[in-house]
Ligand binder design. Structure first.
Ligand code: FEO
Length: 402
C-alpha cells in the first residue's frame, strides 16, 4: 500500500517531510496569496535527525511523511533552527512521540523554546561553528542572529552538502514541485522578493554580513533547503546574488505612489503626480490602498528610489489604510528613499503633516513640504501635483544617476 503523505527524497540521505499549506492567505500581516509550505527534513544518518517541525495543526501530516521512511520513534535527534511557531508549533507533541536523545538549538533558541513551550525534554544549546556527529557524517551549526529572530541558525550537513537555512532564501509559495528549478522564474522572483521585503528587509545589513560569512566558510554547498517554499539545487547561487542585491537596496528611478482616498480627490492628486513623474523620466507604480496590500507596496519599495504617500484627513488623522501602511513600512526600515506627502482635506488638514513626520522618522528625504488640496483639487492644485511629480523625478535622477 502506498503512503498517503509520502516523504520526498531531496538527496541521497535526506527527505523532505514538511507540509504544503495551500490555503494560507495572511502570514502575520503579509498577504501570502500563493499559500506556503512549512519544510521539515529527515536526515537518514546513523543518528537519524529531524530538522525543524511544522505548524501545530499539521503535526499528523509531518508524522505521516516521517513514517513513510522510518517509524518516528527511531529518530535520535531533533534540530530546531528557528523557534517561530510555524516551525515549532508541532515540536512539543513531536518530542512526546519521538522521545529523541537530544534536541539541539542555538543558545538563544534554547531560551526561546523554553519560553514558548513546556517541553518534556532538556534542550541542548549549540554554539556558532559547533559540530555534532551523526555517526557516519556530521552537522555544523552557524548562528544567524536576527535573521530574522535572535535564535535563528543555519545547519549544514556535510555528507550531502545541504545548508538548512530556516527562513532565509525561502518564500511563501505552495507548489507540488519541491525544487526551485521546476518553477517559473517569474514566480520565484515575485515571491522571493516579496518574502525578502516583508521579512528580512529590516536586517539588510546583517544579510550582507551573513553572505560574506557563508562565503568565507567555503562550505561545499550542493543544496540550500529553506523552511518555506522550494528547495534550491543547481542554480542556488542565483538566490544568493538576489539577496545581495536586495540587501543593498540600491535605488532606481522608480517611484511608488501609494494613496488612500475618500471621494477620489486624493486619487486625482496621485494621478497628476504620476503624470509629472512619468514626464520627468521616472518609472511609476501607482498603488491605491483599496486595491493593493501593504505587503505589495513594501515589495515594490525594494528597488524604488522614491515613495510618495497620499491621504485625505479624516477626523484630524491620516486615513486608516494609509496609517496602516506607514506604520508597517516604518518597521521594515527601507533605505535610500526620497519622497513627499499629499492629500485632500475639508477643514483641518492634519494628514499631510502627520505623514511628513512619519516619512522623516523613516529617514525618507522630503523633496517638498507636501501638498494639501481643499475638498476637490482644481486646475491649480493638479498643476502643483504634476510639478511635484516632475520635482521628485528630477531628484531621483540626481539620486540614482543616469
Ligand atoms: Fe517561518 Fe520566522 O518563521
Amino acid at each position: 500500500m502506498t503512503d498517503t503523505f509520502p516523504a520526498f527524497k531531496i538527496s541521497p540521505n535526506v527527505y523532505w517531510v514538511g507540509v504544503i499549506d495551500w490555503s494560507l492567505r495572511d502570514f502575520h500581516g503579509y498577504s501570502a496569496l500563493r499559500g506556503t509550505t512549512y519544510n521539515a527534513y529527515l536526515i537518514m544518518a546513523e543518528k537519524i535527525t529531524l530538522i525543524d517541525t511544522v505548524k501545530a495543526s499539521f503535526k499528523d501530516e509531518l508524522l505521516a511523511r516521517i513514517n513513510s521512511v522510518v517509524p518516528p520513534d527511531k529518530i535520535d535527534y531533533i534540530v530546531s533552527d528557528h523557534s517561530e511557531m510555524d516551525h515549532t508549533g508541532a515540536l512539543p507533541e513531536i518530542i512526546k512521540i519521538v522521545r529523541p536523545d537530544k534536541v539541539f538549538a542555538s543558545t538563544n533558541g534554547v531560551k526561546a523554546l523554553s519560553e514558548h513551550f513546556q517541553l518534556d525534554q532538556e534542550l541542548t544549546a549549540v554554539k556558532d561553528g559547533e559540530r555534532i556527529s551523526l555517526g557516519n557524517t556530521d552537522l555544523a551549526f552557524y548562528e544567524t542572529k536576527m535573521l530574522h529572530w535572535p535564535d535563528s541558525m543555519f545547519t549544514f550537513l556535510n555528507q550531502d552538502g545541504i545548508l538548512f537555512s530556516q527562513d532565509a532564501f525561502g518564500m511563501h509559495l505552495a507548489t507540488s514541485q519541491r525544487f526551485a528549478d521546476q518553477i517559473a522564474e517569474s514566480i520565484m522572483l515575485e515571491e522571493g522578493s516579496k518574502y525578502f521585503a516583508n521579512i528580512l528587509l529590516p536586517y539588510s545589513n546583517l544579510v550582507t554580513n551573513l553572505l560574506e560569512k557563508v562565503g568565507k566558510l567555503d562550505l561545499n554547498i550542493q543544496i540550500i533547503a529553506p523552511d518555506h517554499g522550494p528547495i534550491w539545487r543547481k542554480n542556488f547561487t542565483h538566490i544568493l546574488e538576489l539577496y545581495s542585491r536586495w540587501a543593498e537596496q540600491k535605488p532606481t528611478r522608480k517611484a511608488v505612489v501609494a494613496y488612500a482616498t475618500m471621494w477620489e480627490s486624493t486619487a486625482l492628486m496621485a494621478r497628476a503626480i504620476a503624470e509629472g513623474l512619468t514626464d520627468g523620466g521616472a518609472i511609476v507604480k501607482l498603488m491605491a490602498l483599496s486595491a493593493d496590500h501593504r505587503s505589495d507596496v513594501a515589495t515594490e519599495l525594494l528597488d524604488a528610489g522614491a515613495l510618495l504617500v497620499g491621504s485625505p484627513t479624516i477626523n484630524g488623522n491620516i486615513f486608516p489604510t494609509m496609517a496602516d501602511l506607514l506604520y508597517y513600512i516604518k518597521g521594515l526600515k527601507p533605505k535610500n528613499l526620497c519622497g513627499a506627502a499629499f492629500g485632500s482635506y475639508g477643514w483641518s488638514g492634519e494628514a499631510v503633516a502627520q505623514m511628513n513626520s512619519l516619512l522623516q522618522e523613516m529617514k525618507v528625504e522630503l523633496v517638498s513640504e507636501g501638498i494639501k488640496s481643499r475638498y476637490v483639487p482644481i486646475k491649480e492644485a493638479l498643476e502643483e501635483c504634476y510639478s511635484l511629480g516632475l520635482k521628485v523625478a528630477k531628484r531621483l535622477k540626481e539620486f540614482c544617476g543616469g
